[in-house]
Write a new protein. Structure first.
Ligand code: ADP
Length: 319
C-alpha cells in the first residue's frame, strides 16, 4: 500500500477534522502518501482529489465541520456511479480508502470494498446511532452544546415559571435527548425508542409546580413528534405556558470536546493501521473504552439500543 485516500461523507460532525488529521499524520509517519477527497463520494466520482501533506492538517484539531467538506451523492448509490469512483481511484493510484461518516456512508464503503478497494469506516455522526460502537465522533460535542442551551433556557424558564420543550436532533436514536437530558436535569425525555406519553409528561409538570418548581425542561428527539403540537397540548392540559426551542444545526457545529478529539485521533490512527495490515470492509469503533474493529456488514446489523438504565435514572432523578 503506497497511497491511501480519505473522505468525509453525509452529515458533518465536530471531530471529523481531528480524525482527518490523525489519518494523514499516521499515514505519513508510516511512509504512506495521502490524498484527500473533497465533498465525499460526489467528489470521488468527479475526481476532486488532492494530496495532503503534514501541514495540510495543521491548525484543524480544534475546528468543527470538515476541511474536506461533505456531500450526499445519489449517483454513488448506483452501480454506474460506483464504477466511476473506482476508475478515479485507479487513475490516482489510490490503494485504500478511509471513509468518515454515518451509516449511509458505511453502506457506500461496504460497496466499494466489494469492488475490491480496501476500505475502512470511521463513525462520524452526532447522532450516536451506530449500535456496534459505544460512541461516534461528534456526539459528545453535540450533547455539550445542547447542555449549554438547556442551562440558558432553564434560567429564562425559571424567571417566567414556564415549561420549555427543547427539540434536539435524532430521528431514530434518542441518545442526544437522553444524555443531555440527564446531564441537564430535564423533567421529561421523549425519545423514539420509548414513545410519547403526553399525560405522563403533564403529570410531571403539574406535580413539579405543586411542590414549587419554577420550570420544566422537556427534551424531545426530532424523530418522535412535532414540538409545536406538543406545546399546545401541554398548555391546554396543564394551563402552564409552554415554549419551544428547536436547536437545529447549532448541534452540528462548534469546537470538538477533548473526548471527541481523542476518540477521533485514536480512530483515525487505527483505520490507517487496519489498511496497512491488509484489512478491508471494516468499521472502527470503541467498546468498553477500547478501540475495536468489526466487519462493516456486521457493524451495520448491530441494533442501536437505548440505555434503559439511563432512561430510568432520568425518570427517577426528575421525580
Ligand atoms: P450518513 O453517512 O451521515 O448516514 P447519508 O445516509 O446521507 O449520511 O449517506 C451519505 C452518502 O453515502 C449518500 O449520499 C450516498 O452517496 C452514500 N450511500 C448511502 N447509502 C448507500 C448505499 N446503500 N449504497 C451506496 N452508497 C450509499
Amino acid at each position: 500500500m503506497k497511497t491511501i485516500g480519505v473522505l468525509t461523507s453525509g452529515g458533518d460532525a465536530p471531530g471529523m477534522n481531528a480524525s482527518i488529521r490523525s489519518v494523514v499524520r499516521t499515514a505519513i509517519y508510516n511512509g504512506i502518501k495521502v490524498v484527500g477527497v473533497k465533498k465525499g463520494y460526489d467528489g470521488l466520482i468527479n475526481g476532486n482529489l488532492e494530496e495532503m501533506g503534514l501541514s495540510s492538517v495543521a491548525d484543524i484539531i480544534h475546528r468543527g465541520g470538515t476541511k474536506l467538506r461533505t456531500a450526499r451523492s445519489e449517483e454513488f448509490k448506483t452501480e454506474k456511479g460506483r464504477k466511476k469512483a473506482l476508475n478515479i481511484l485507479k487513475v490516482f493510484d489510490v490503494d485504500g480508502l478511509i471513509v468518515i461518516g454515518g451509516d449511509g456512508s458505511f453502506r457506500g464503503a461496504k460497496e466499494l470494498s466489494k469492488l475490491g478497494v480496501p476500505t475502512i469506516g470511521i463513525p462520524g455522526t452526532i447522532d450516536n446511532d451506530l449500535g456496534y460502537t459505544d460512541y461516534t465522533i461528534g456526539f459528545d460535542t453535540a450533547i455539550n452544546t445542547v447542555l449549554d442551551a438547556i442551562s440558558k433556557i432553564r434560567d429564562t424558564s425559571t424567571s417566567h415559571g414556564r415549561a420549555n420543550i427543547v427539540e434536539v436532533m435524532g430521528r431514530s436514536s434518542g441518545d442526544i435527548a437522553l444524555y443531555s437530558g440527564l446531564a441537564g436535569g430535564a423533567e421529561s425525555v421523549i425519545i423514539p425508542e420509548v414513545g410519547n406519553d403526553v399525560d405522563e409528561v403533564c403529570q410531571k409538570i403539574i406535580k413539579g409546580r405543586n411542590r414549587g418548581k419554577l420550570h420544566s425542561i422537556i427534551m424531545l428527539a426530532e424523530g418522535i413528534g412535532k414540538a409545536d403540537e406538543l406545546s399546545k397540548e401541554i398548555e391546554s392540559k396543564t394551563g402552564i405556558e409552554t415554549r419551544v426551542t428547536i436547536l437545529g444545526h447549532i448541534q452540528r457545529g462548534g469546537s470538538p470536546t477533548a473526548f471527541d478529539r481523542i476518540l477521533a485521533s485514536k480512530m483515525g490512527s487505527e483505520a490507517v493501521k487496519l489498511l496497512l495490515s491488509g484489512e478491508s470492509g471494516k468499521a472502527v469503533g470503541i467498546k468498553d473504552n477500547r478501540i475495536i474493529n468489526m466487519d462493516i456488514d456486521e457493524a451495520l446489523n448491530v441494533e442501536s439500543k437505548l440505555d434503559k438504565d439511563m432512561y430510568e435514572l432520568t425518570k427517577i432523578l426528575s421525580i
